[in-house]
Design a protein around this ligand. Structure first.
Ligand code: IMP
Ligand code: MG
Length: 182
């Protein structure tokens, strides 16, 4: 069973639900006077679980769009390179963008993406990340809406993967060390 690979649960499904509801309420309050739908950009695949929960906690019109960017191989260490594997479907000029990400680690991916978005002249850009590992940061990234600050440990579940596994765990946890040597 998948849960037998988990050493420790860091955030339960209930912790996550509570935090996502808080973030959604904060975003709803901040954008209540916006004249047009909030353009929510989810970064696939890691953010997809967080994204679908978060947008349902935003009590305002939102427009969906997704990007696939990759700075990682299938392992746990960043390569420092960012590739856009799927671009936005819509023109973001004049839109209020909220970029929704699972985790800001080194910041390489998001630093690159935020600059990429700015070049397309949105009306505003804010970043919402469920998790942040500040001790690992090498690129400067401002997180407008941050769920939890986490220590430098590799996390899985609720969208986060190790070698494309564990994304569908309903909680966030740490793997047993032997899983990495399998
Ligand atoms: P960054 O460019 O170093 O900030 O890396 C961001 C991406 O690395 C995230 O979107 C995740 O896909 C991945 N990542 C970073 N830390 C973890 C982790 O602890 N577990 C799973 N994926 C992670
Ligand atoms: Mg990711």
């Amino acid at each position: 069973m998948m849960k037998d690979d988990i050493e420790k649960i860091v955030y339960t499904a209930e912790d996550l639900h509570k935090k996502v509801a808080e973030l959604g309420a904060q975003i709803t309050a901040d954008y209540k006077d916006a004249k047009e739908p909030i353009f929510c950009v989810g970064i696939l695949k890691g953010a997809v679980v967080f994204y679908t929960d978060l947008v349902r906690q935003i009590n305002l019109p939102v427009q969906f769009d997704f990007m696939i960017a990759s700075s990682y191989g299938s392992g746990t260490k960043t390569s420092g390179e960012v590739k856009i594997l799927k671009d936005l479907d819509y023109d973001i000029e004049g839109k209020h963008l909220i970029v929704i990400e699972d985790i800001i680690d080194s910041g390489t991916t998001m630093h690159y993406l935020l600059r990429y978005f700015q070049h397309r002249h949105p009306k505003s850009v804010r970043l919402c990340s469920l998790l942040s590992k500040p001790s690992r940061r090498t690129a400067d990234v401002h997180i407008d809406y941050c769920g939890f600050e986490v220590p430098d440990e590799f996390l899985v579940g609720y969208g986060l993967d190790y070698a494309e596994k564990y994304r569908n765990l309903p909680y966030i946890g740490i793997l047993k060390p032997e899983v990495y040597t399998k």
